[in-house]
Design a protein around this ligand. Structure first.
Ligand code: SF4
Length: 606
């Protein structure tokens, strides 16, 4: 995608911002960082950010976009404005590019993920001047589940505004004044253009919040603040307005700090104009986000720090159950972290690495000669069956499915059919995992026995699998399917659909085996189940196996048999790992059963 065009034989025109600079060969535009080089306008700061920093998203400021998360913030040198009060003038008014370290778009996304950020902001200076770089980063970021943010003076070109939806998720626009002359002469912008751009952004899919830095004597009169507030309200009273206090900086060291009563005056003016959410910045004020339906204070903050966050499922008011206004992720919150498995990432990772230490220098875990399509794993607490489940998951490290279907029985709620959760993310003690929302909705549409039953999704049989999936298949999305009163034939339809998906979809069937028996009885009963799985034989299974997730296992056996008829490789479908009393590692196709007895020997010989 190129953002320049040939103006005439000797000149190129930059299309990144509304200055539309016309550049002779070798000439650089007003921003100082886009240059005509050999008949092409080159963005000189591509790959060379001047600042890379992790901030709370509230610092952008964005209060209704993924609140209470971290954002990787990058900015370059250069700017298309010349604001004399710029708090980042050290980079924005600088044109020397430090090229000592190149950071590719992939590097930036990797840093964001490593730093646990949920989004990337183009900020500090005007990002439109490095849109080609921001665009490439954003495309990769979206592929990796991150969102993207522009903190801008709102002076984008039409070409960039048209391109931004789908690339940029949110924008905070500085509406610095309502005085045309001041905009033109001092800031070097154009107020009517900016006002039109705010309307265009608001009409697009991009989430908009607006900031006004209130500068004593420059834009703090009642008249001017009223014009700004009424303009915002005329676009949409639900657009959040951030009114921030100025401190003397750059060329305006002669002005005073903005006093609190000015912000309070602006707040009242904004409210009178009808703006629903107004936030006061830079003076340590309380800045709650209230539900627009019932008025309940859902998020409490002091300046940028979240002091209380009462959202339900990440995007809903806990009082009236209405969706909150803004960009929020719906989150399947963990229900059994801290009981079935540790509730912090360090301990989960420690458990897994300790489990794996048992296998070091042994052939206990075989090298697979095939790519498994499904596993059957237990779901008791990690101290009981975590070792066994981990043994199965550790065999999946070389796989790279797009999604993992996790199918488990409901233990808490009785209901007809099965339920899939069409949320955005699944919470784990480490990073949240993306839910494949599209696939989840597809299942609801395709099968009349599947719906979304929120009460079913506090289920441990599925939830206990998520930390393992996060650890071993970090790039896969998940689909959580909890079933109640349903036939195995119906669940088998879901499994068959997944197995037909080649390497894109992996299936996890969650079940424990027999409970509360002495070891001999447990081994006998579980042995029946293992034999049935080994032979893909439902008759054997029906002859006495005890398993809470029997519907899921039977569905997998049925689907495996059906697929067996279609294709020989499906013989190599299953690795199952299971047990309740002692770990039993079981590899039905490639290896003999490794029984609890041999596991005892294994541990005794170490
Ligand atoms: S980004 Fe704007 S200021 Fe810079 S060269 Fe392009 S049109 Fe000119």
């Amino acid at each position: 995608m190129k953002f320049y065009k040939t103006y005439n034989e000797k000149k190129q025109q930059c299309l990144l911002c509304n200055h539309y600079c016309i550049l002779k060969e070798g000439q650089t535009g007003m921003c100082g960082v886009n240059k005509n080089v050999d008949g092409k306008v080159e963005c000189l700061v591509y790959g060379y950010p001047a600042v890379v920093h992790v901030d709370p998203v509230e610092k952008k400021p964005l209060f209704q976009f993924l609140p209470n998360t971290k954002i990787l913030s990058i900015g370059s040198v250069g700017c298309n404005f010349a604001c004399p009060f710029c708090q980042n003038h050290g980079i924005s008014q600088e044109h020397n590019i430090n090229k000592s370290q190149y950071l590719s778009p992939e590097d930036i996304v990797n840093i964001a993920i490593a730093k646990d950020c949920e989004s990337i902001a183009y900020t500090y200076n005007e990002p439109t001047i490095f849109y080609p770089y921001a665009r490439d980063i954003s495309i990769l970021a979206h592929e990796r589940g991150l969102k993207t943010v522009y903190v801008s003076n709102g002076y984008e070109s039409d070409e960039v505004i048209k391109d931004m939806p789908g690339i940029i998720d949110a924008i905070n626009i500085d509406l610095k004044s309502f005085d045309k002359k001041y905009y033109k002469r001092v800031l070097r912008g154009d107020l009517p253009v900016q006002l039109e751009n705010i309307k265009k952004f608001h009409k697009s899919d991009i989430w908009v919040e607006i900031t006004t830095l209130i500068i004593p004597t420059k834009n703090d009169s009642d008249e001017e603040l009223t014009k700004i507030a009424e303009f915002i309200a005329s676009v949409d009273t639900k657009i959040p307005w951030h009114i921030s206090a100025f401190h003397p900086d750059y060329k305006q060291m002669d002005l005073d700090f903005t006093p609190l009563d000015t912000l309070e005056r602006a707040y009242k003016i904004g409210k009178k104009a009808g703006i629903k959410q107004i936030y006061m910045g830079n003076l340590g004020q309380s800045n709650p986000t209230n539900c627009l339906s019932c008025g309940f204070e859902v998020i409490s903050r002091t300046t940028y720090d979240t002091t209380k966050d009462l959202r339900k499922n990440g995007d809903t008011c806990p009082m009236c159950n209405e969706k909150l206004n803004g960009i929020f992720k719906s989150i399947r919150e963990s229900s059994v972290a801290g009981s079935f498995y540790p509730n912090n990432c360090y301990e989960v990772t420690h458990h897994i690495t300790q489990f794996n230490k048992f296998f070091e220098n042994s052939d206990f875990i075989p090298k697979l000669e095939f790519k498994p399509k499904a596993i059957i794993v237990p779901h008791a607490g990690y101290i009981y069956s975590g070792f066994t489940a981990n043994a199965a998951y550790s065999l999946l490290e070389t796989l790279s499915p797009k999604r993992v279907l996790v199918i488990g029985p409901s233990h808490r709620v009785a209901f007809k059919g099965a339920s899939v959760i069409p949320f955005d993310e699944f919470q784990t003690p480490c990073r949240n995992i993306q839910i494949d929302k599209e696939y989840s909705n597809e299942l609801i549409k395709e099968f009349d026995f599947i719906d979304f039953n929120e009460d079913a999704h506090h289920e441990h049989s599925t939830e206990t699998q998520m930390p393992f999936i996060h650890y071993y298949l970090p790039n896969a999305k998940v689909v959580e399917i909890v079933y109640g009163d349903i036939s195995y034939e119906e669940i088998s339809k879901i499994v068959s659909k997944a197995l037909a998906d080649h390497e894109d979809t992996f299936v996890v069937i969650s079940t424990d085996f027999s409970h509360f028996h002495d070891l001999k009885t447990a081994n006998h009963l579980d042995g029946i189940g293992l034999e049935a799985i080994k032979k893909l034989d439902l008759d054997i299974w029906n002859s006495g196996t005890e398993a809470c997730g029997r519907i899921g296992v039977k569905a997998l056996l049925k689907s495996s048999n059906e697929n067996l008829l279609l294709s020989e490789p499906f013989k190599k479908l299953l690795i199952t790992v299971n047990s309740e009393v002692l770990p039993v590692l079981f590899l039905p196709i490639t290896k003999d059963i490794i029984s609890s007895k041999s596991i005892e020997n294994f541990f005794n010989n170490r």
